[in-house]
Design a protein around this ligand. Structure first.
Ligand code: FAD
Ligand code: MLT
Ligand code: ZN
Length: 471
């Protein structure tokens, strides 16, 4: 159980709210249960609980004051609230406990001019991914991380979860884009490393320590991010296969033959059927296939020649190939992949297990997980999709009660047995904290806890996330 909300000695929630209002303005302190509601439940509807206050600071200095005022209270930092592991929302506390403070970063939305010489930009934690992307594009550069939650997910949330997304195979995860950070630590002090020096070997890299820390070490207030050349020439293909092994073999051919390959995404026949009925889409190919890939290449010069060359080496039948060289056609092919998340949520509250396997075991895992889920959650619906180019599958199970963790346990144990990781890109959050030991050794967890205790001695920064406090 996470610790109860502990208002500062002698202070009631009302006192704290009043002190916060003096710093951020009364309209940015939400105490009314109705206006707090949307901050108290996660995107999937599986996780959430009551908060005592939602506070929306508008600058780093205000974040620092907020953290100082709430120094003995649990603080949940929330960005766009698109996280999928319950890390950005309160938890179910005892009825007599007030719940944590939710610190919303959406007003930290300053976006500075692009530094074209360095190919970098400084963005406030609350800037959305879509805004960052279009800002970079206007400077004829590109922010290389992309994901379907782009309109809502924030820079701070993406750094805090080390988000992955659609272009990891070419550009790496969020971690690879972070060249500097500004953050407020648990004691209210401000840590700033924003010079953007790409080479800087002067001791521990504390900015990188905060990447993937999921709100447990401090509040990220801004990030200095690298940008890459804008590759306006694009080609997208949707391909059908007999199964995962065949799709993986195709990724190997594409990787070796298509220079600008930046996405290789998989989904399956049952997922496509669900997406088509949810989003009312026509069939992408004249025939259905057990497995599908969406692949994308982008470059300064038209990459479609190389794509066609690789496809002819693959020798796929016409009924298994659709290629788009125009933006509308490309968006149409991407829609079959990108609608998966909302299509899954449309049939119930999903158990979302985001895992990576060694590429060599991915096909075996895909078969094994179907059996494991059928045994652990009979009658449930399983939808698999993901970033096959990174060995990352999203295992979605709809049917079991949100509280029933039997299927989560069975899938994560299978992943560990097959040398995978229980979290590829969504983080550990509250959802997977009890299974951290499946992916991290005793000595790693002990070192992580020492870091946590050093930077957050009172344990108030997102308690229950990453480390299981249930005993
Ligand atoms: P939130 O959900 O608000 O928070 C997530 C975590 O970060 C929480 O633990 C929170 O406490 C912490 N946090 C947030 N802001 C800060 C901050 N400023 N300082 C410190 N801690 C903070 N994820 C992927 O990796 N790849 C995908 O392809 C992908 N696709 C998605 C598609 C859809 C449709 C949806 C709904 C989600 C998807 N996600 C994906 C998950 C999600 O978008 C990412 O995890 C994203 O990084 C979360 O950003 P956020 O601003 O919404 O963070
Ligand atoms: C995706 O790749 O679409 C996301 O990570 C979201 C999800 O897993 O549903
Ligand atoms: Zn994903």
């Amino acid at each position: 159980m996470p610790p109860a909300g502990l208002p500062n000695a002698g202070a009631s929630v009302a006192d704290v709210a009043e002190r916060l209002a003096a710093v951020v303005g009364a309209s940015q302190v939400l105490t009314d249960p109705e206006t707090r509601r949307s901050f108290e439940v996660d995107w999937t509807g599986r996780f959430g609980g009551p908060s005592c206050i939602v506070v929306r600071p508008g600058s780093t200095a205000e974040v620092s004051e907020v953290v100082k005022i709430c120094r003995d209270m649990p603080i949940v930092t929330q960005g766009g609230n698109t996280g999928l592991v319950g890390g950005g929302v309160p938890w179910q506390s005892q009825p007599d406990q007030p719940g944590p403070v939710v610190l919303s970063t959406t007003r930290l939305d300053d976006l500075q001019p692009v530094d074209r010489v360095a190919a970098q930009v400084t963005a406030g934690a609350g800037v959305t991914l879509a805004r960052l992307q279009s800002h970079a594009t206007q400077a004829r550069l590109n922010f290389p991380v992309d994901l379907a939650a782009r309109d809502t997910a924030t820079v701070g949330g993406m750094v805090a979860t080390n988000a992955g997304g659609l272009h990891v195979l070419r550009y790496g995860t969020m971690r690879a884009q972070v060249v500097g950070l500004e953050a407020v630590l648990a004691d209210g002090s401000v840590l700033t490393r924003m010079s953007g020096l790409v080479k800087d070997n002067t001791g521990y890299d504390i900015s990188q320590l905060l990447v993937g820390s999921e709100g447990t070490l401090g509040v990220i207030t801004a990030a200095r991010l690298r940008l890459v050349a804008a590759h306006d020439e694009k080609v997208v293909a949707l391909l059908g296969f007999a199964g995962t092994a065949e799709a993986l073999a195709a990724v190997d051919v594409l990787r070796r033959n298509v220079e600008g390959l930046q996405a290789a995404e998989i989904f399956f026949e049952d997922g496509l059927d669900l997406v088509r009925s949810h989003a009312r889409l026509a069939a992408p190919l004249p025939q259905s296939w057990p497995a599908y890939l969406v692949v994308e290449a982008a470059a300064l010069d038209d990459p479609s020649e190389q794509m066609y060359g690789a496809l002819s080496e693959l020798d796929l039948p016409d009924t298994a190939t659709a290629v788009a060289t125009d933006p509308a056609g490309q968006a149409r092919l991407w829609a079959y992949r990108e609608h998966h998340t909302e299509a899954v949520s449309s049939i119930g509250i999903p158990h979302k297990l985001d895992v990576t396997l060694p590429q060599s075991r991915l096909a075996d895992f895909e078969h094994a997980v179907r059996k494991v889920v059928a045994d652990a959650a009979p009658g449930s619906r399983l939808v698999l999709f993901g970033h096959i180019g990174d060995g990352n599958l999203h295992v979605n199970v709809v049917g079991p009660d949100p509280e029933d963790e039997a299927v989560d346990d069975a899938v994560l144990r299978l992943v560990a047995e097959m040398d995978g990781s229980i979290s590829a890109e969504h983080g550990v959050g509250r959802a997977k904290a009890r299974w951290l030991g499946l992916s991290r050794s005793e000595s790693e967890r002990s070192a992580m806890l020492k870091v946590k205790r050093a930077l957050d001695p009172r344990g108030t920064m997102n308690p229950g996330v990453l480390f299981d406090l249930s005993g």
